[in-house]
Design a protein around this ligand. Structure first.
Ligand SMILES: *Cc1c(COP(=O)(O)O)cnc(C)c1O
Length: 420
C-alpha cells in the first residue's frame, strides 16, 4: 500500500465519479468535510431550485401551487427515493421526520400482530429509535415489551442473539441497517427471513444506508422501512424523511396519526376518517414543500451516478482509509471501530482514541477537517462517495497525525461535548 500523496491523486484520476464533485457547492477547498453522514453537502441545483420555488412558486403562484404539483410532491419524491432503495415507486412516500415515521410504522406493525407481546431491537440502534420503540410499546394496547439485544463487541450486530430473541411472541423486529456508530451493516435479506420465519414483521431504518449502501427492499421481502434525507441524500438540514410500506401491506396497516392529508378525498371534509388507498394513508399533515423540494436535486445526482458505482467507490475509499489507519494512525493510539469485512461495512469509518473528544475539537479548529463525533470517544469519518475525493481522505489522515504528534489537542477541555 502506498501512503504518498501522488497515490491518492492517481486514485482520483481513475475515479469515474469524480466529476460529480463539481455539482456540489465546495467553495473552500482547504476545508475537508467528512460529515456527509450527518449533513450532506449542498447540491448546486438546490440553490436555483429554492430561489425559484420561493420567488415564483410561493411568491407568484400562491395557493394555486398546491394544484400545480405541491400536493403530490410526497409521492413524486418518494418514487425517486424508491429507485435508490430497491422498492416500487408506489411504496415510498416522504413525510415528517424519521423518528415520527418510525413511530407510525412501528405502531402500525404492532397493531397488526395483536397477539404478540414483544418488539426486538439491538443496543447499537440510534437512541431516537430506541426511545420511539419504547413509546410504541407503552402506547399500544395491551402494552408491549422491547427486547434490546446486546452487540457481542460493540461493533458488530448481534445476529445470533437476535435469532435467539425472535419467537412466536415477537410482533416486530426493528433494526438500523447501517449502524450509526460503527457502520456495521446487517444482511437485510437474512434478518428479514429470520423474522418472517417466526411470523414477525420487520422495520428497517435506512438513515445511514440510503444513498451510500445499496439496499434492495423488495428483493429482501422487507415489510417496512424509514430513513433520513439530510444525510447521504443531501437534502439539507431537517429535510423531511421517507417511509416505505410493501404494497401488499399498505391496505392492511393503519397510520396511528390519522390526519386529513392521508384521508381519502381529503377535500370533502367529512368528520369521519377513511384512509386514502395505498401509501398516501401514511401521510398525516401538510407537507413542508420548501424543504421537501430540496430532496430532489441530491437524489437526482445519486440516481445519475448509480448506486452500484457509488457503493464500489465507497468501499474503495473506506478500504483506503482503513489501510492508512493501519499504517499511520494505529501507531498513534487510534483503534478501528468499524468492520473490516467490506460486505458488512457502510460508508463511514469510526476511530476511537483515549483523547477522542479533544482530537475532534483540534481537527475542527486547528486542522480544518470536519469529522463527526459520538460519545464517549468515537470519531466518525464519513465518506460520501458522490463528492469525497481520495486526496481529501489522504490529507485528512495526515492532519489527524499532526494533531496528535504535535499535541494540538491538549489545549481542549476533555469534558465538553457538542453537536459534532
Ligand atoms: C439520523 C438518524 C435518525 C434521525 O431522526 P430524526 O427524526 O430525523 O431526528 C434516526 N434514526 C437513525 C438510525 C439515524 O441515523
Amino acid at each position: 500500500m502506498r501512503i504518498d500523496r501522488d497515490f491518492a491523486r492517481e486514485l482520483d484520476s481513475q475515479d469515474e465519479l469524480s466529476p460529480f464533485r463539481d455539482r456540489f457547492v465546495i467553495d473552500d477547498p482547504d476545508l475537508i468535510y467528512l460529515d456527509g453522514n450527518s449533513l450532506g453537502r449542498l447540491p448546486r441545483r438546490a440553490i436555483e431550485l429554492s430561489q425559484s420555488l420561493v420567488s415564483d412558486g410561493w411568491g407568484r403562484r400562491l395557493i394555486r401551487g398546491w394544484n400545480e404539483g405541491w400536493m403530490y410532491l410526497p409521492e413524486r419524491v418518494g418514487a425517486k427515493i424508491a429507485a435508490l432503495i430497491g422498492a416500487h415507486p408506489d411504496e415510498v412516500i416522504v413525510a415528517d421526520s424519521t423518528s415520527v415515521n418510525l413511530f407510525k410504522l412501528a405502531f402500525a406493525a404492532v397493531m397488526a400482530r395483536p397477539e404478540r407481546s414483544t418488539i426486538v431491537t439491538d443496543d447499537l440502534n440510534f437512541p431516537s429509535d430506541l426511545y420511539v420503540l419504547d413509546a410504541v410499546a407503552k402506547s399500544a394496547q395491551p402494552r408491549r415489551r422491547v427486547a434490546v439485544v446486546d452487540s457481542p463487541d460493540g461493533v458488530h450486530g448481534p445476529v445470533e442473539g437476535i435469532a435467539q430473541a425472535l419467537d412466536t411472541e415477537t410482533a416486530l423486529l426493528s433494526l438500523t441497517q447501517t449502524v450509526y456508530k460503527t457502520a456495521y451493516c446487517y444482511d437485510m435479506a437474512a434478518l428479514t427471513q429470520m423474522a418472517h420465519d417466526c411470523g414477525a414483521l420487520v422495520l428497517w431504518d435506512l438513515s445511514h444506508a440510503a444513498g451510500s449502501v445499496p439496499v434492495q427492499l423488495n428483493a429482501a421481502r422487507a415489510d417496512l422501512a424509514v430513513g433520513c434525507t439530510y444525510k447521504y441524500l443531501n437534502a439539507g438540514p431537517g429535510a423531511p424523511a421517507f417511509l416505505y410500506v410493501r404494497r401488499d401491506l399498505q391496505e392492511q396497516l393503519g397510520n396511528p396519526i390519522t390526519g386529513w392529508m392521508g384521508r381519502a378525498d381529503m377535500f370533502h371534509f367529512q368528520p369521519d376518517y377513511e384512509p386514502h388507498p395505498g401509501i398516501r394513508r401514511f401521510v398525516t399533515g401538510t407537507p413542508p414543500i420548501l424543504s421537501m423540494a430540496m430532496i430532489e436535486p441530491g437524489v437526482d445526482l445519486l440516481l445519475e451516478a448509480g448506486m452500484d458505482r457509488l457503493r464500489a467507490k465507497s468501499l474503495r475509499q473506506t478500504g483506503y482509509l482503513i489501510e492508512l489507519y493501519d499504517e499511520l494512525l494505529k501507531p498513534l493510539g487510534f483503534a478501528l471501530n468499524t468492520p473490516r469485512d467490506p460486505t458488512r461495512r457502510g460508508s463511514h469509518v469510526t476511530l476511537t482514541h483515549a483523547h477522542g473528544w479533544q482530537i475532534d475539537q483540534a481537527l475542527i479548529h486547528e486542522a480544518r477537517v470536519i469529522p463527526d463525533f459520538r460519545r464517549p470517544n468515537h470519531i466518525r469519518l464519513g465518506i460520501a462517495p458522490i463528492y469525497t475525493s481520495f486526496s481529501e481522505i489522504h490529507e485528512a489522515v495526515l492532519r489527524l497525525c499532526s494533531v496528535v504528534e504535535q499535541g494540538l489537542y491538549q489545549k481542549y477541555d476533555p469534558d465538553r461535548a457538542g453537536v459534532t
